[in-house]
Design a protein around this ligand. Structure first.
Ligand SMILES: Cc1ncc(COP(=O)(O)O)c(C=O)c1O
Length: 413
């Protein structure tokens, strides 16, 4: 096997000593139960755009890496929006409207929600949110489909193409001169001042219901993936690698695994950019509380550029995630190139900076770099390992994607 010696390896990891116990005091993941999964899947299946997204099997890559399986669930196919986020946004908007209509979401289809009668009953609503791009596009799409308005704020440095794509969904959209967390505060303040509905994918004290619905909405991904792996391979993963911004996506996936498998669940590894590693840093402080990192959060992993953990997901991650990793940008760029240049008959996967890239990039370093042997051992990565990685976006910034994949930006050496 190639021995990769990256001279600038600054990948950091921490093993969480608090896991592998499903003791009754831990209730943080209790809301991710089967009943909720069924409700969410039922709702998403009512969308005309709904299709199970592909699960790719990277056979040749797993042999190269000395692993049994590498599966990549490809969310770039989700609803034609190139990212997974619409699952959370649409379910949260659906739940909010169901509450206003005084019915349970299980009794509503998306078709009913966009009917003339429902629109007349509800009147005009404006949904507002802050986003790196993907969540805002999902909210704008959902609002547009329902004949409602949306206002979307992006943080400083966001790419024009992400703004344009949100604009195409009919939203009023602007790039602020604030970082992500301050943009969230701006959206919240605008909601209060204008009587708009804040649909934010992160929770804080006093703002928990909508972010919880968003996390529930993401459950469709992992439920599909577990079905696909069981149906095609009669297996389940031993490891799940989850990238995190505020942690809602990772908390949702992990909450599901805890509910389904309990102590027998796969080992879960949380990956963040080192410029915005609030979960890793919170784990490092070790007082059980979430901690913020501040500053420009300038990583190429735009979707993960968040400095403050979501309150709800932090509870799940600190209780159940086994390993926290802080990764430099070159881990993501290497992962993008690996997936774009498949070995043998493996499929080509277009995965953006915040997609599967950081997971694959990280695994590639751990299995190929003898200096990272301690990490490999801590992760128990060997020829019996069956790993699942979720590619949460495609090339949502195509110019930057080509800079990385064609021109080799952010080299690993
Ligand atoms: C493509 C992509 N992957 C992962 C994430 C991380 O999700 P979360 O902020 O819930 O941790 C995001 C967030 O925007 C994203 O856009």
């Amino acid at each position: 096997m190639t021995n990769v010696t990256d001279s600038k390896s600054e990948i950091q990891y921490l093993v969480n000593e608090n896991t592998r116990k499903t003791d009754s005091e831990k209730t943080s993941a209790a809301f991710m139960n089967r009943e909720v999964v069924e409700k969410v899947r039922h709702f998403h299946k009512s969308f005309p755009e709904y299709q199970v997204t592909p699960l790719h099997n990277l056979d040749e890559l797993s042999q190269q890496f000395g692993l049994r399986h590498i599966w990549v669930k490809d969310e770039s196919y989700r609803f034609g929006l190139n990212a997974f986020k619409v699952l959370g946004g649409s379910y949260a908007v659906g739940n909010y409207l169901a509450e206003r209509l005084n019915v349970d979401i299980s009794e509503l289809s998306f078709e009913q929600l966009r009917s003339k009668e429902v629109k007349e009953k509800l009147g005009d609503i404006t949904f507002v949110t802050a986003t790196d791009g993907n969540h805002g596009r999902g909210i704008a799409w959902a609002a547009n489909q329902l004949g409602q308005k949306s206002v979307v704020y992006l943080p400083k440095g966001s790419s024009e193409i992400r703004l344009t794509n949100i604009c195409k969904e009919g939203a009023e959209v602007s790039i602020t001169d604030l970082n992500y967390d301050d943009t969230v505060r701006l959206a919240s303040q605008q909601a209060k001042e204008n009587g708009w509905v804040l649909v934010q994918d992160t929770a804080w004290d006093g703002y928990e219901e909508i972010p919880t619905w968003i996390m529930e909405g993401y459950l469709t991904i992992i439920d599909e993936a577990m079905e696909q792996i069981a149906d095609a391979y009669n297996e389940r993963p031993t490891h799940v690698f989850l990238q995190a911004g505020v942690g809602s996506f990772a908390g949702s996936m992990l909450g599901y695994l805890v509910g389904k498998f309990g102590d027998e669940r796969p080992m879960t590894v949380i990956l963040e950019p080192d410029k915005a590693d609030c979960l890793y840093q919170s784990m490092r402080v070790g007082d059980g509380k979430p901690h913020a990192v501040t500053g420009a959060l300038d990583t190429i992993m735009a979707g993960l550029a968040c400095g403050e953990p979501s309150k709800t997901s932090w509870g799940i991650l600190k209780d159940y995630a086994e390993v926290f990793v802080s990764c430099p940008d070159y881990a993501a760029s290497r992962g993008m190139r690996i997936l774009a240049n498949p070995l043998g008959n493996d499929p080509r996967i277009v995965s953006g900076e915040s997609g599967a890239a950081v997971g694959i990039g990280f695994v590639s370093f751990v299995v190929q770099n003898s200096r990272l042997i301690d990490m490999k051992n801590a992760l128990n990565l060997d020829q019996d390992s069956k790993i699942l990685i979720i590619s949460t976006e495609g090339d949502t910034d195509p110019d930057h994607y080509r800079k990385v994949v064609w021109d080799g930006a952010y080299p690993s050496f």
